[in-house]
Design a protein around this ligand. Structure first.
Ligand SMILES: NC(=O)c1ccc[n+]([C@@H]2O[C@H](COP(=O)([O-])OP(=O)(O)OC[C@H]3O[C@@H](n4cnc5c(N)ncnc54)[C@H](OP(=O)(O)O)[C@@H]3O)[C@@H](O)[C@H]2O)c1
Length: 261
């Protein structure tokens, strides 16, 4: 499957973000390099890293080694909130480590203190305006924290990356993001899920896939971005093999109900 066939969601500025990405937290050193290269060989075109993951250099090396064109990849990194006042140098260090001129998405990793929140958001907007990143967003923000940014700057974060999965499904929170034009990106899809749950195992056997693949497909069918992490070659490829089936409306409702919504 080439990147033009993958489902994407549109961010402001005509930026296309693949709904399925590759997580890299806790993958470091040669394990990170090997995993990212395997992911790119498998077909993933969206990579998720962060200053704090300590693997941007390995991610960048895998990107170069893959031979893929930069414009065919979507790369996210994140600034830790304690870098307030040093946002620009943090992004420049990320770009240098990744070996790119621009990232596709730059996120505030989690909310800074109330006084730092707006100044930091303004720095992200400035970096976007200077084309150091194509889009900017946040991570681990509540809806009211997002509203504060929008009220102060009239600019909505393109994305909020939060912990998400069937057991955390919250219809209202999803709608709050949609209403504000903020794409919901879920993280820790497996860590937040009981993969032996009978609803997931029943739906998985109906499609001849694994419960993990059902969880990923459920995100995609909801148009929620999902970024599973693995350093295991078989899992890297199985987690990408979710485009040959889709869930019925009833199956999606049954999975939603695991979140109590
Ligand atoms: N913004 C934030 O604050 C934040 C926080 C957490 C995560 N994230 C991002 O989200 C990504 C994903 O979240 P995560 O790494 O916390 O958790 P995850 O993707 O839910 O789970 C990763 C774990 O699941 C295992 N795994 C992978 N595929 C599997 C499969 N098909 N069946 C069973 N187990 C499987 C992995 O093992 P192996 O690697 O050993 O195969 C690893 O132990 C991160 O890597 C990071 O990029 C962001």
């Amino acid at each position: 499957m080439d990147n033009t066939d993958q489902p994407t969601v549109l961010l402001p500025g005509e930026v296309r973000m693949p709904l399925l990405g590759f997580g890299t937290w806790k993958a470091t050193g040669s394990a990170a390099y090997d995993a990212v290269l395997a992911a790119l060989d498998t077909g993933y075109r969206h990579l998720d890293t962060a200053t704090l993951y300590g693997n941007e250099r390995e991610v960048g090396r895998a990107v170069r080694e893959s031979g893929l064109r930069r414009e065919d990849l979507f790369i996210t990194t994140k600034v830790p909130p304690d870098r307030v006042g040093r946002e620009r140098e943090t992004l420049e260090a990320s770009l240098e480590a990744l070996g790119v001129d621009q990232v596709d998405l730059w996120l505030i990793h989690w909310p800074p203190s109330a006084t730092d929140s707006i100044p930091m958001w303004r720095e992200l907007l400035a970096a976007r305006d200077e084309n150091l990143t194509r889009a900017v967003g946040v991570s681990n923000y509540s809806t009211s924290q997002i509203d504060e940014l929008i009220q102060a700057t009239e600019e909505n974060p393109a994305v909020n990356q939060i912990r998400w999965g069937p057991m955390l499904y919250d219809r209202q929170r999803h709608a709050e993001h949609r209403d504000r034009g903020v794409v919901l990106e879920g993280y820790s899809p497996f860590k937040t899920t009981d993969l032996s749950d009978p609803v997931l195992t029943r739906i998985a056997s109906a499609h001849g896939v694994s419960p993990a693949q059902v969880v990923l497909r459920w995100h995609i069918d909801h148009e929620i971005v999902v970024i599973p992490k693995s350093v295991t070659p078989e899992r890297i490829s199985a987690n990408f093999d979710v485009f040959h089936f889709s869930l019925t409306a009833e199956e999606i409702r049954d999975i939603d109900a695991l979140g109590g919504a």
